[in-house]
Design a binder for this molecule. Structure first.
Ligand code: AMP
Length: 215
């Protein structure tokens, strides 16, 4: 099962992607996580990505596409995967379609998690992250046991620079301009499925599973 998650930043697609990966035993591949791991590790790729990410812009396709295609060529991806944060542009989607088609393969489902912008801005202002282990929290929906302290490693939590309110609005603008056209792209490919992402997390997941199991 090869799944692409669509939806604005903050729509909850990462959370749903992790749950899908867990339930079906397939890798969860987040390009944002790969970039963040590279930034942390001080790699050349990380250095290239950082300036774009800090501004809420997309990392250029020539960096992102190769990185993702290498990742899905790895052995653990042979029975499928869930892509979270890729594709984010039409050229990225086209490269993915082409790489899969060369092996007689295709994306089975593009799952669009729909949430209006206002709700996203409200949600993202509450996000917190652990700078040390990467765990993420939300002050209302997924609060740590002790305020502002990571449950997993005890570090003080931070607001990721790309979760700051001004950056969130920039990221939403980027989403509408560059990523939203993917909805039509996957609709035309007849694999688009839409779920209401404003519902409670587990309800959204039940809807996602119902869709995947009816395929
Ligand atoms: P995310 O964790 O998916 O919200 O991604 C965080 C940031 O990483 C984005 O705002 C982009 O700057 C960058 N990024 C992640 N995935 C991609 C992608 N497919 N194309 C370009 N930039 C990306």
């Amino acid at each position: 099962m090869k799944i692409v998650m669509l939806g604005a930043p903050g729509a909850g697609k990462g959370t749903q992607a992790i749950k899908i990966a867990d339930k079906y035993g397939i890798p969860h591949i987040s390009t944002g996580d790969i970039f963040r791991a590279n930034i942390k590790g001080g790699t050349e790729l990380g250095m290239k990505a950082k300036s774009y990410m800090d501004k809420g812009e997309l990392v250029p396709d020539e960096v992102t596409i190769g990185m993702l295609l290498d990742r899905i060529a790895q052995d653990d991806c042979k029975d499928g995967y869930v892509l979270d944060g890729f594709p984010r542009t039409i050229p990225q989607a086209e490269s993915l379609t082409k790489a899969l088609a060369e092996k007689g393969d295709k994306i089975d489902c593009a799952m669009d998690i729909e949430v209006p912008d206002e709700a996203i801005v409200q949600r993202m202002s509450g996000r917190r992250a652990c700078p040390k282990c990467g765990a993420t929290y939300h002050i209302v929906y997924a609060a740590p046991k002790t305020e502002n302290v990571c449950d997993k490693c005890g570090s003080e939590l931070i607001i990721r620079s790309d979760d700051k309110p001004e950056t969130v609005q920039d990221r939403l603008n980027v989403y509408h301009k560059q990523t939203e056209p993917l909805i039509s792209y996957y609709k035309n490919a007849d694999v688009l499925r839409e779920v209401d992402g404003t519902k409670e997390l587990q309800e959204v997941f039940n809807d996602v599973v119902a869709i995947l199991e009816n395929k």
